[in-house]
Design a protein around this ligand. Structure first.
Ligand code: IPD
Ligand code: CA
Ligand code: CA
Length: 256
C-alpha cells in the first residue's frame, strides 16, 4: 500500500496547500441546503484530488462529496472529502481538513487526514498503526466520561430532522469534563486517535467525513461503533468513537 499512501498524502497536501493559501479570500459561496454551504474551493480541491488519484489508479472507483465522480463497481473505492469544515472555511475560521480513505471490498485499509493550518498529517494503514507525521499515536487512557474531553458535530439536516441532538448534547454536557464542537468531523476523529479528545459522537453524517478518521482511531487503539455499540459502517450515517475505555459508558448515556 506504499504507492496508495503516497498518492493519498500527495493529494491531501496539494489540496491542503491550496486551501491554506485561499483562506480569507472571496470565494463564491453557494448553498447546497438551508445551512449546507459549498465553495469554489471545495470543488477545485476535489478536482485536484480526483485527478491525482485517477492518474495513479485509473481502475479504482472514487466517491467524493461534491459529486464529481461516478462508481463503476470496482473493488477498490477511494472516499474523499476535499474540504471537511466548509462552514468554518467560509467564515475564515481556521479549522478544516482534507480527508481521503481507501476501501477494498468495503473495508477501510488506508486513511489520511490533513490539517493544512497546523501542517498535521494523520495517517493509518490497516494493521500498521496510526501516525501523526512520522510519530505513532495512541488514544488517551482517560478512564471515565466524568474526566473526558468529548467532541461532537451537528448535521446539516438538523432543522428538518431534530432527532435527539440536544438531548444527547445536554446529557454529555453535564457528564463530561467538557465538550467541543468545532466543525470538522474528520479532524475531530483524528483528535480521538491522538488522545486529544477521549470520545466523539455524531449522527446524520457521511462516509467521506468518517472513513479515514475511523480507521485512524482503530489503528490508534480506539473503538468505533454506531450509537448502540454495534460494528461501525461508514455508510450508516452515524458514529460513536472513543478511546475504548469510556465506550460502554458513552453507549449507556446515548441510550438513557
Ligand atoms: C461537515 C463537518 C461538520 C459536521 C457535519 C459535516 P463539511 O462536513 O464535518 O463538523 O458536523 O456533519 O457534514 O460539510 O464541512 O465537509
Ligand atoms: Ca465533511
Ligand atoms: Ca466537505
Amino acid at each position: 500500500m506504499q504507492a496508495e499512501m503516497e498518492t493519498a498524502v500527495g493529494a491531501c497536501k496539494a489540496a491542503g496547500a491550496f486551501l491554506r493559501e485561499g483562506l480569507g479570500r472571496a470565494k463564491n459561496i453557494q448553498h447546497k441546503g438551508e445551512i449546507n454551504l459549498v465553495t469554489v474551493m471545495d470543488r477545485e480541491c476535489e478536482a485536484t484530488i480526483v485527478r491525482i488519484i485517477r492518474e495513479a489508479f485509473p481502475d479504482d472507483d472514487i466517491l467524493a462529496e461534491e459529486g464529481s465522480t461516478g462508481r463503476r463497481g470496482a473493488p477498490r473505492l477511494w472516499v474523499v472529502d476535499p474540504l471537511d469544515g466548509t462552514t468554518n472555511y467560509a467564515h475564515n475560521y481556521p479549522v478544516f481538513a482534507v480527508s481521503i480513505a481507501l476501501l477494498v471490498e468495503g473495508e477501510s485499509v488506508l486513511g489520511a487526514v490533513y490539517d493544512p493550518m497546523r501542517d498535521e498529517l494523520f495517517t493509518a494503514q490497516k494493521g500498521g498503526g496510526a501516525r501523526l507525521g512520522q510519530a505513532p499515536i495512541r488514544v488517551s487512557d482517560t478512564p471515565c466520561v466524568n474526566t473526558s474531553l468529548l467532541g461532537t458535530g451537528f448535521p446539516y439536516d438538523l432543522r428538518q430532522k431534530p432527532r435527539l441532538l440536544l438531548e444527547h448534547f445536554g446529557r454529555f454536557l453535564f457528564k463530561a469534563q467538557a465538550l467541543r464542537r468545532d466543525g470538522s468531523a474528520a479532524l475531530n476523529l483524528c483528535y480521538v486517535a491522538a488522545g486529544r479528545f477521549d470520545g466523539f459522537w455524531e449522527t446524520g453524517i457521511y462516509p467521506w467525513d468518517l472513513a479515514a478518521g475511523a480507521l485512524i482511531i482503530q489503528e490508534a487503539g480506539g473503538r468505533v461503533t454506531d450509537y448502540r455499540g454495534r460494528p461501525f459502517d461508514p455508510f450508516s450515517g452515524e458514529i460513536l468513537a472513543s478511546n475504548g475505555l469510556i465506550h460502554k459508558e458513552m453507549v449507556e448515556i446515548l441510550e438513557e
